[in-house]
Write a protein that binds this ligand. Structure first.
Ligand code: TXA
Ligand code: MG
Length: 348
């Protein structure tokens, strides 16, 4: 259903609300990626979400709300930092992990005593939450293991026939999933990097740390610790083609990718290259796709998942990507790209 944003088609929102209240599933746009929603208080709806995605049921869902009071309604011992962070970043791409009370069932939180909550900054999402009267449990609306959907057509590819409706609100704004912070320990901890970065969080709450389980070098996590967010433990977003990231001096990156592409093609492989508008015409072989402008990191975040899906359709065997350690979202972009590559990088 094409709801458009301005004005929103309330007839479709009302149909979708009714589906949610009946325990059904609706995919909807947020500013980060599309979500697959069900009534967060309804354990049967949460079970259907896991089944539709093929997702392990110990990987908890994010509860989407439209008012701060809903956070208070479903949590216990809410710290003051929650209010400060909400004032600074909600509605927006920040998810807070808090201690839960009995309102949200364990089926929604993957058996955990904590609940992840977010107020999305998208008019369709907010209209759906308000009109349905439901808090909406929603993971990204992709099949487990595929890139998160940034367009309604991606959701359709993965979940058509498995859910009751898809609300099409056009392409999303950001294109990477929300930043997740854990507020249940002494120090605010980033469990998943996103658009809201460490510096932005520090300005609001002072000390912030990165979950040691998501800090990698080429040998795996530097600390040996497991990521605290269950979803960060799985190999995610793996494209069908074998992806390697090439990083370092730009000229060397380009020549290394050109050499490797040439020898892979000589061996009969189909090769894809992830380039930027600044570098695309320096590659003569392989299937070159432009992810965005190096000077505009938002464009890179926005197109990343779509590019990975395009390479799946092109059926390439090998993908080489440039590296994108950009100033603000670089950590989030590289976190997703490294996961897609199974951490495979070449330093030149
Ligand atoms: O931007 C987003 O956050 C999107 C949109 C739809 O809001 N949603 C999203 O959901 O990315 P999902 O399910 O793909 O990722 C949720 C992540 C998983 O890594 C999960 O393990 C983690 O959040 N998570 C959820 N509840 C948690 C909890 N109580 N403690 C720790 N991690 C949690
Ligand atoms: Mg996901």
């Amino acid at each position: 259903m094409d709801v458009s944003r301005d004005p929103i088609n309330m007839t479709y929102i009302k149909e979708a609300s009714e589906i949610l209240r009946q325990g059904g599933l609706v995919a909807f746009p947020t500013e980060t990626v599309y979500g697959l929603g069900g009534d967060a208080k309804d354990k049967e709806a949460s079970k259907k979400i896991y089944a539709a995605k093929g997702r392990p049921s110990d990987n908890p869902l994010i509860v989407h709300i439209a008012k701060f009071s809903q956070l208070e309604e479903i949590t216990a011992n809410l710290p003051e930092t929650a209010k400060k962070l909400a004032d600074a970043f909600w509605p927006g791409p920040l998810t807070m992990v808090c201690n839960k009370n009995e309102v949200i069932p364990y089926e929604t939180t993957g058996g955990l005593d904590t609940v992840a909550v977010r107020m999305p900054n998208n008019p369709v999402a907010l209209a759906l939450i308000e009109d349905s009267g439901c808090m909406i449990a929603a993971p990204s609306a992709n099949t487990s293991g595929r890139p998160s959907p940034t367009k309604a057509s991606h959701v359709y590819e993965d979940l058509s026939g498995k859910i009751e409706a898809i609300l099409d609100g056009g392409p999303v704004d950001i294109g990477l999933e929300s930043t997740i912070v854990d507020l249940t320990e002494d120090v605010v901890t980033i469990l998943r990097p996103g658009f809201i970065n460490m510096e932005m969080l520090k300005e609001v709450v002072g000390e912030v740390r990165m979950d040691p389980g998501i800090v990698y070098n080429d040998k795996g996590t530097t600390s040996g610790a497991k990521p605290k967010a269950p979803g960060m433990r799985y190999k995610h977003y793996a494209p069908k083609g074998d992806l390697t990231i090439v990083s370092g001096n730009e000229e060397k990156v380009i020549s290394t990718i050109n050499q490797k592409t040439e020898s892979a093609i000589a061996k009969g492989s189909k090769v894809g290259i992830i380039a930027t508008s600044e570098t695309a015409d320096r590659y003569n072989l392989g299937q070159v796709l432009v992810i965005g402008d190096r000077s505009d990191e938002g464009s890179i975040a926005h197109n990343l998942y779509d590019i990975l899906r395009q390479f799946d359709e092109l059926d390439v065997d090998i993908i080489y990507s440039e590296s994108f350690s950009t100033p603000n979202m670089g950590q989030a972009i590289m976190n997703r790209l490294l996961k897609a590559a199974g951490q495979k990088t070449i330093e030149v």
